[in-house]
Design a protein around this ligand. Structure first.
Ligand code: HGY
Ligand code: MN
Ligand code: MN
Length: 416
């Protein structure tokens, strides 16, 4: 097998054009995207991606979680495929590049292979995982979690969005329930190219992140039960205030995460009051605590402390406290051989690079449970993501895609 020459490059302009065309599907209100999973916008984005892949000669398979697998055959029909994946779904106020860059970079690798007439021993499969974001249906990385056997499919199908619609109903409604059993596919290797979603690469002026690990995560959903009462006529000493308990818990999560520095984060992104009326003390306060660390002991220690202290806060105020772990994965170590290929590709191509631990979770974290897997990252402006102002440069996008191209070819084996 020959190695790809250092002059081998993808077509950055074509990648960029595809990113801009996909960004027109499910536009946000501030220049980003709102293409949430299993919405009509997601359905439109899937169809566009499918048409581009079929134009590139790829054949489509879809599993029962709606994940799209687009295959370019290899020369050895017995050889397991090399997968290149990420996600097309976005946050409600998402950027144009989170997830999308990785899926369309996979397509660009195939388009470049077609241009150059490159054949590989192993097939190449470009993958769009359903519901990576977990914004509409929790948890995040849902389809890849089912694929890895970590989440039962019926649990996933039953997850509901804020309007009470289930994942299964919505997948059926947009017509993307596939035939394949989830997880039946076996992978030779899995690559995911993604924007960093943090400030390190830009601050260090590096073009490529060689991702060695990903931090683990807990999503703890708290349901606090107080007493619905008038905010004006109820004396302060008679209140059973679930909102006050929630505020003290959110403050405590900040304290616990700061005490666990370095290498720990904690916060709350979503809160819901019921009945959510301005002059009614809440009967219920429901919110999700998101804690993460690359260190298993630190991650689990934070969870234990937060749950213990939350129970004490609620007891002091007289508020009921229930907590459910609705999302979790342990810290991930990516495959050293594939990590080495990413680093060698960056060196061969002359791109500045550094090792990095992924702060955000990715489908690669579940893929790593069932196959050798790794990630490549490019910088993003001010480290901003999950914000419509998320931004990268064409050069950054193309450099990481070049590295992906070389690492994939090294792994899939160039035949000629
Ligand atoms: O939550 C995450 O880390 C990812 O963006 N879904
Ligand atoms: Mn993502
Ligand atoms: Mn995201």
């Amino acid at each position: 097998m020959t190695s790809p020459g250092e002059n081998l490059r993808i077509n950055g302009d074509r990648l960029w054009e595809s990113l801009m065309d996909m960004a027109k599907v499910g536009p946000g209100i501030a220049g980003g995207n709102n293409r949430q999973t299993l919405t009509d916008a997601d359905k439109e984005g899937r169809a566009l991606f499918q048409s581009w892949c079929e134009d590139a000669g790829l054949s489509m398979g879809v599993d029962k979680m709606g994940t799209m697998f687009m295959t370019r055959p290899g020369t050895d029909p017995e050889a397991l495929p090399v997968y290149i994946g990420s996600h097309l779904d976005t946050q409600p106020t998402g950027g144009k590049y989170d997830g999308v860059l990785g899926v369309l970079a996979g397509l660009e690798v195939v388009r470049s292979m077609n241009d150059l007439g490159i054949r590989t021993k192993h097939p190449i499969v470009v993958t769009n995982w359903t519901n990576e974001e977990g914004a509409r249906f929790a948890p995040a990385m849902l389809a890849s979690g089912v694929f890895a056997g970590a989440i039962p499919m019926d649990h996933a199908y039953a997850r509901q969005d804020p309007d009470g619609k289930s994942f299964g109903e919505e997948l059926e409604r947009i017509g993307w329930v596939g035939e394949e059993e989830v997880g039946a596919r076996k992978m030779h290797a899995y690559f995911e190219y993604h924007i960093e979603q943090g400030p390190i690469l830009e601050a260090e002026d590096r073009q490529i992140g060689v991702v060695t690990h990903c931090q683990g995560l807990w999503w703890l959903e708290f349901t606090l039960t107080g007493k619905e009462a008038h905010t004006g006529s109820t004396p302060m000493n008679m209140r059973v205030n679930a909102g006050l308990a929630m505020a003290r818990i959110i403050e405590m999560v900040q304290e616990v995460a700061m005490a666990a520095q370095p290498g720990a984060v904690g916060g709350v992104g979503q809160v819901k009051f019921a009945p959510n009326s301005r002059n009614v003390l809440p009967a219920k306060a429901v919110f999700t605590v998101d804690i993460r660390s690359p260190d298993q002991q630190k991650l689990d220690g934070m969870r234990a402390e937060i749950e213990k202290r939350a129970a004490a806060i609620c007891a002091e105020i007289g508020v009921g406290c229930a907590v459910e772990a609705i999302g979790h994965f342990d810290p991930v170590t990516f495959d050293p051989v594939l990590v080495g290929r990413v680093r060698s590709a960056a060196e061969k191509l002359g791109y500045s690079h550094m090792n990095i631990i992924s702060g955000a979770g990715h489908d690669a974290c579940w893929a790593a449970k069932v196959a050798p897997a790794t990630m490549i990252m490019c910088p993003c402006v001010d480290g901003l993501s999950h914000n419509e102002a998320e931004d990268i440069s064409l050069e950054w996008a193309a450099s990481g895609c070049d590295v992906l191209f070389h690492a994939v070819l090294e792994t899939a084996g160039i035949v000629d």
